[in-house]
Each structure stands twice: as C-alpha cells, then as structure tokens.
Design a protein around this ligand. Structure first.
Ligand SMILES: Cc1ncc(COP(=O)(O)O)c(C=O)c1O
Length: 484
C-alpha cells in the first residue's frame, strides 16, 4: 500500500496564512519530531493534542536543566544546594501565585495536577458544604464533589442559562457553606465560561467559587482577584511543564481548618506519641518530599508565558482557531460540537465528528497515515458527551456506551502549517477513506498491522523497536482513556 501522505489542500477561499504574531509559535521540545507512517515514510509530527498534555516549552526544559545540578533536599537540608533548592521552591510558589493573580493572603499548594488539587479542596471543605456543579464538567471537577453533598446541574444551553441555573441552585442551598465548582474553559468544546458573572452570583448567595483552570490557564490571562474566584486548580503538564506539578490556589481559612490532605512529614509542627500539631498554610497539605522539579518547571512556564504575554498567546490561538473552524466547515460531513453555538468564545480546542466515520478511525488514520496526533473518545466528560454527541457512533468505554468524537487542540507551539497539514489530511481521509485497516484494541482503534518502528530511545522503550509493544500500552489504558 502506498499513497501520498497529504493531499494538497488550501483553505476554502485560498486565504493566505496570517502573519505570525511576535515570537509565536514558541519553540517546544519535540517540535521537530519525525514519526513513521504505516506506509514506511517518515514525516514531521504534528501535535494537535495540547489539551491533553502540552509539549514542554524549550524555556521550561532550560530551567529544569539549570536547576538539576543544584537539586537537593528541600526545607531542612543544611547544605548550600539545599538552601538554594528551598529558595527556588519558595520562589516557584510566589511566581505561580502571581501568574494567576493570587491575593496576598491566598494559599498556594503544590499538587500533582488538577485532579489532585480538586480532590484536596474537596477533602478540606467544611463538613456542612453543598457543592454545585454542572454536568458538563470534566470528571475531575465532578467526582470529588460527589463524595459529599452536591448538586449537579444539567448542561446549560447558553452562558446566560449557566448563570441563571447556578443562581437558582445556590439560592436553594440550605447548608451553612456553598461552593460553585466550574471550569474556566471546556476541555470538550473549548467554550469559555462566564466566570466573573458566576462568581458574582455565588458571592451574592453567600457561596464560594472554585475554578477548574486546567484548560483556561494555558490560553488566557487569569486574575483570581479580579475574577472574584476563591479557588483555582491547574496542571503543569497542560501548561508546557510536564514534570508532574500542579497547583491549588485560594483562600486559606478552609484549607487551614480542613484535614491535612496527606498525613506525614512536613505537614506537622510537633508529633507526640498520641498527638499531632498540624502545620497551617501550604505545608499542611504537602506532606512528604515535594516535587521541586514540578514546581520550578511550572513557575518557569508561567514566566515564559508571562514574558510573551497572554494576550499575544490568545491572539495567536485565535488565528489558528479561525483557520481550523473554517477549514472544518469546508470538509463534507464534519460536524463541530458546541454547547452554546459556533460563535461562543473559546480556546484552541475543537471537537468534531465526521458523518460515516468512527471517531476512533479518524484519529487512528490521522496518526498512522499522516503523522498527526489528535485525540478521540469521550474526554473524561461522559455526561457532556452524551448531551452533545448522542447522535453519533457509540464508543464503548468502561463497558458503557459513551458517544465519542475527535478533538484537535493547540497552543503556543502550533503553527499555521500544522493546522493546514491537519485540514489537508482530514480532507484526504474523508474524500478517499482510510487506506489502512484498523482494529479495536483495549477500546482504541489501532492500525492492523502496525509496522511503524518504535524509536530506540536509548533503550528507554523496553521491549524493542517494533509495533509489538502496542498490546502492552493498550492493556495499560483505563476505561476513561482520554484523560483530557
Ligand atoms: C477541564 C479539565 N479539568 C481537569 C482535568 C484533569 O487534569 P489532570 O489530568 O491534569 O489532573 C482536565 C484534564 O484533561 C481538564 O481538561
């Protein structure tokens, strides 16, 4: 089987690519990766899966490389390198807080990721708290709240309806404390939520607001103080710092009164045989040796994005988004998913289905036949996907049928050429159909056979350099395979 990997494609009205904005796209690690196709060719990799995990910014890798010779134990180490590492960790906390506009009195707790941060907050809520959230949230912003008292509102038909529904629900809350937990930008449709208005409504009803900023933070400036939000969670790996760091930022009173998230060293002032005096502030919830590399790399990402300016980031992504959405409209059978219509403001996340094609086949063929990385599935937002994509081919996930779709997502490392490669490949795929066979393995579509040689990676990829390792990867997949 042999074919040209990419058909010549021009956007609908042969629109020339707009000029690059300032220094964007920014250099990312792996931006020059070459990947094999099932047909044997090698092509430059196009990564359009930023919403799941963004590539590492070059500036972030530089920061980590600079840190590592100095890396040492934090807090109690008496050595000079420990002093430097401890200061770096403290500086990272300030820098990440500043990046999201934290108030002076806010606590910045380093976590593993957004899921961890939201679970931490859920565990620290005053006992008599009702959490109001929407069915459209990522599972990370739904499931932690279900462990306590919670109200799940249906997917709203508009931003205005979201505000009205939140207002209604919070008015009816009879418990002493209320919390509205809402995303800043949908990981499925990219649509931006009316955060200021929601915060105003919540505060009017005596409740607090927690923002899941996993998707918002890489794309928009955030000012927690100006927004009036009380808590915010984000993940380093979506913010160009894939070293295992995340953060929960917000009001210290509940965090100081709540049960320490982990019990152990570092979270205490004094331990006796039958008692513990717990620390307050961030240390209360950071027991154990912290992930200094994760924290410092996250701060480096914040610095790099701050230097480029989040308005430049947003402008860059707006031109890409315009090209993607227009291009998709020109491909026959493509239907883009949105909660609130095509004109609602959004970040660089676009999800779609193609009539007559299983989303898994579209994603697998874009990778295997064109070297383009996108994502398919239900994006850990099953209730939202059921509401949006119910009419499309079901994807079997965890034993239950959940509608699936294809998602492309991009950011500061994405170029117009990347977008055009994707649109060309999709046009080709839809016009001629897949030119390889695909089978379902562990809930995912994979090429059959998959002759793509795996990179040697200096022995890191144990098991060799053929497609034979695939079964291992597939069996490792959780039912909710598309974590983003
Ligand atoms: C909106 C949203 N919230 C939360 C999460 C969970 O993030 P993490 O997997 O980094 O904990 C994601 C991840 O995809 C997300 O997109």
């Amino acid at each position: 089987m042999s074919f040209a990997p990419v058909v010549d494609w021009r956007p609908a009205a042969a629109v020339p690519a707009p000029p690059a904005i300032g220094a964007l796209p920014l250099p990312v690690v792996g931006g020059d990766l070459t990947v094999p196709l099932v047909t044997g060719e090698q092509v430059g990799y196009v990564n359009l899966d930023y919403a799941a995990s963004a590539p590492c910014l070059r500036a972030v890798l530089d920061a980590v490389t600079t840190l590592l010779p100095w890396y040492s134990s934090v807090h109690r180490g008496a050595g000079f390198a420990s002093t430097v590492t401890t200061e770096l960790y403290a500086a990272a906390r300030r820098e990440v807080g500043d990046f999201v506009g934290a108030r002076a009195e806010d606590t910045v707790v380093f976590t593993r990721n957004t899921t961890d941060a939201l679970n931490l907050l859920a565990a620290a809520l005053p006992e008599d708290t009702t959490v109001v959230t929407f069915a459209s949230e990522h599972h990370a912003n739904q499931l932690p709240w279900r462990r306590g008292r919670s109200i799940v509102l249906p997917v709203p038909a508009s931003a205005d309806e979201a505000i009205a529904r939140a207002d209604d629900a919070l008015r009816g809350v009879s418990s002493r404390h209320g919390l509205l937990a809402v995303t800043g930008a949908s990981n499925v449709t990219g649509e931006l939520w009316p955060l200021s208005e929601l915060a105003a409504v919540a505060h009017r009803r005596g409740a607090r607001v927690a923002v899941d900023a996993a998707q918002l933070a890489p794309h928009r400036a955030i000012d927690l103080d100006a927004l009036g939000a009380d808590y915010l969670a984000l993940s380093g790996h979506k913010l160009y710092a894939p070293f295992g760091g995340g953060v929960l930022v917000g009001r210290g009173d509940w965090l100081d009164a709540g049960r320490p998230y982990l019990a152990g060293g570092g979270a205490v002032r004094r331990v006796t045989l039958d008692g513990v005096e717990w620390a307050s502030g961030a240390p209360r919830h950071e027991a154990g040796t912290p992930n200094v590399v994760g924290a410092v790399s996250l701060a480096a990402a914040c610095r790099a994005l701050g230097e480029i300016g989040m308005s430049a980031v947003a402008a860059h992504e707006a031109t890409l988004l315009d090209r993607v959405t227009r291009g998709l409209r020109a491909v026959p059978g493509v239907e883009q998913l949105a909660m609130w219509g095509p004109a609602s403001p959004r970040i660089g996340v676009v999800t779609f289905n193609v009539r007559g094609f299983h989303p898994g086949v579209v994603a697998a063929a874009l990778s295997a036949e064109h070297g383009i990385g996108v994502r398919d599935g239900s994006f850990c937002a099953h209730p939202l996907m059921s509401a949006l994509a119910g009419a499309h081919a079901p994807e079997v996930s965890g034993g239950a049928a959940v509608p699936g779709a294809v998602r492309v997502s991009f950011g500061v490392g994405t170029s117009m050429a990347d977008v055009d490669r994707f649109l060309g490949a999709l046009t080709d795929l839809v016009a001629r159909g897949p030119r390889w066979r695909y089978r379902v393995d562990g809930g995912r579509h994979v090429p059959e056979p998959d002759p793509r040689p795996r990179p040697a990676l200096a022995g890191l990829l144990a098991g060799g350099t053929t497609g034979a390792v695939h079964g291992l990867l597939a069996s490792d997949l959780a039912p909710c395979q598309a974590l983003a």
